[in-house]
Write a new protein. Structure first.
Length: 116
C-alpha cells in the first residue's frame, strides 16, 4: 500500500491572491473612469468647464497678458466672439461673474474691472 500523503486543497491559498487581483483591477478601473471623467469635463487648466468658465478664462488671460485689472468691454467681446462664443454667452458670463463679485462692469458697459 502506498504511503498516504496529505492532500492540500489549493483554493484556500488562491483566494487571497484572487481577492488582491480583483482589488487591483477595481482600482485600475476606477482610475480609468476618473481620467475619463476629467477628459469629459475638459481636464485642462485652460478650456475646461462650461461656456462661462471658458469665456472668463479668455478675459482673465487677456488681463494677465496686458498686466491690467481693467479691460475694454468691446475689445474682449470681439475676442470672445472670434473664438466662436455667442454674444448671449458672453453677457451671461459677465452677469454670472458679476454676481460672484469677481468682476464689475461699469454702468455704460464699456469696462470690465477685476475685483481683488
Amino acid at each position: 500500500m502506498p504511503p498516504a500523503y496529505p492532500t492540500i486543497d489549493p483554493n484556500p491559498f488562491l483566494h487571497p491572491c484572487a481577492s488582491q487581483i480583483e482589488d487591483v483591477e477595481e482600482a485600475i478601473r476606477l482610475t480609468h473612469m476618473s481620467k475619463a471623467s476629467l477628459a469629459d469635463a475638459g481636464g485642462a487648466a485652460h478650456g475646461d468647464g462650461d461656456d462661462s468658465t471658458r469665456i472668463f478664462t479668455v478675459l482673465r488671460d487677456a488681463a494677465v497678458a496686458a498686466n491690467v485689472t481693467s479691460l475694454d468691454l468691446s475689445g474682449v467681446e470681439a475676442a470672445v466672439l472670434h473664438r466662436g462664443f455667442t454674444k448671449e454667452a458672453f453677457f451671461l458670463c459677465l452677469e454670472e461673474y458679476t454676481d460672484l463679485n469677481v468682476i464689475v462692469v461699469d454702468a455704460a458697459r464699456t469696462r470690465i474691472d477685476f475685483i481683488g
